[in-house]
Ligand binder design. Structure first.
Ligand SMILES: Cc1ncc(C[n+]2csc(CCOP(=O)(O)OP(=O)(O)O)c2C)c(N)n1
Length: 324
């Protein structure tokens, strides 16, 4: 059993979730003003997953992410400035303004990429885990992916390979219950993703993905297991995105306003906030201070991004190929 993380980790986890939320809110606003070039899939509502998992990772551990990857990037150590500037296409972005939301790279902090393709994070994490195993360096690889990826062949191949070679990988399915507009219940004969772990020979654990302490506790065990050479695990975090699939898209042809509102009432930040107060871990004033800091960080990141230069067109062909 993992000890209750609330007293020791609660504030840190709250801060991480706040930083993600405030940054996403800035991006929503910026998208509506035409400042973001390319798609913008926000992570609002799912912050507990990135915060709870990444709290266990060192800079040397690696994360592979998806089109919904802003939260993973921030939780892994990308700064708000570098994230917002990347979405604004500025040279100060983490991919020098060349990638945008779906090509966020920051190898210096172990963010080995977000991707617009559904599924590859699973295979990439298996590959990284294989190299870590050969190098015996104690590192862990994490794949974040949505429920839309679990019926993709990459899921089968990645989990099976990680299991037979006992690779140090954590597979994190963020089951937000929809793949764009397709309900998971429509796309899967078995409603439990976690149950599939057994089929591949690894632990499969389902947690309330809006409860950051539950995610933290489950990830603690899976990461420790991977680091100890005991192989991979599958973590299913049941959660919900409260914004449309991507900014600018409609939202109520495939789900109801009532359903969205019911999940907003289970907002991961509100849930943890109440527990921090009820558990006597923090006062209203302390939390208000953290909230103000996160808001200022995100607002400052936007100002920084808007004031940053565009990439020089003459550099369009640099940073394209790796030089041996
Ligand atoms: C291989 C592949 N097939 C289809 C798409 C089109 N597509 C983009 S996002 C998406 C839904 C993804 O749903 P999910 O994996 O559950 O992630 P979520 O958007 O819910 O975070 C699809 C099908 C794609 N990008 N890649």
């Amino acid at each position: 059993m993992v000890a209750d993380p609330l007293p020791t980790e609660g504030l840190r986890l709250y801060r991480t979730m706040l930083r993600i939320r405030r940054c996403e809110e800035q991006l929503v606003q910026a998208y509506s003003e035409g400042l973001i070039h390319g798609a913008c899939h926000t992570y609002i509502g799912q912050e507990a997953v990135a915060a709870g998992v990444c709290a266990h990772l060192t800079r040397d551990d690696v994360v592979f992410s998806t089109h919904r990857g802003h939260g993973h990037a921030l939780a892994k150590g990308v700064s708000a400035r570098e994230l917002v500037a990347e979405l604004f296409g500025r040279v100060t972005g983490c991919s020098r303004g060349r990638g945008g939301s779906m090509h966020l790279f920051a190898p210096e902090v172990g963010l080995l990429g977000t991707s617009g393709i559904v599924g590859p994070s699973i295979l990439q994490a298996a590959g990284a885990g294989y190299s870590f195993k050969l190098l015996k360096n104690g590192r862990v690889a994490v794949a974040f992916f949505g429920d839309g990826a679990v019926n993709n062949g990459a899921f089968h191949e990645g989990l099976n390979m990680a299991a037979i070679w006992r690779l140090p990988v954590l597979f994190v399915c963020e089951n937000n219950q929809y793949a764009t507009e397709v309900p998971f219940s429509y796309a899967a004969g078995n409603a439990s993703v976690a149950a599939r772990g057994t089929a591949y020979g690894m632990p499969g654990v389902a947690v309330d993905g809006n409860d950051v302490l539950a995610v933290y506790a489950a990830a603690a065990q899976a990461v420790a297991r991977a680091r100890a050479g005991e192989g991979p695990a599958l973590l299913e975090c049941l959660t919900y995105r409260t914004r449309p699939h991507a900014e600018g898209m409609g939202d109520f042809t495939y789900r109801t306003r009532e359903e969205v509102e019911s999940w907003k009432a289970r907002d991961p930040l509100l849930l943890l906030r109440a527990r921090l107060i009820d558990g006597g871990v923090a006062t209203e004033a302390q939390l208000a201070q953290l909230e103000g800091e996160a808001a200022e960080e995100a607002a400052e990141a936007r100002r920084f991004a808007e004031n940053s230069p565009w990439p020089d067109p003459a550099s369009a062909t640099t940073h394209i190929y790796a030089t041996p």
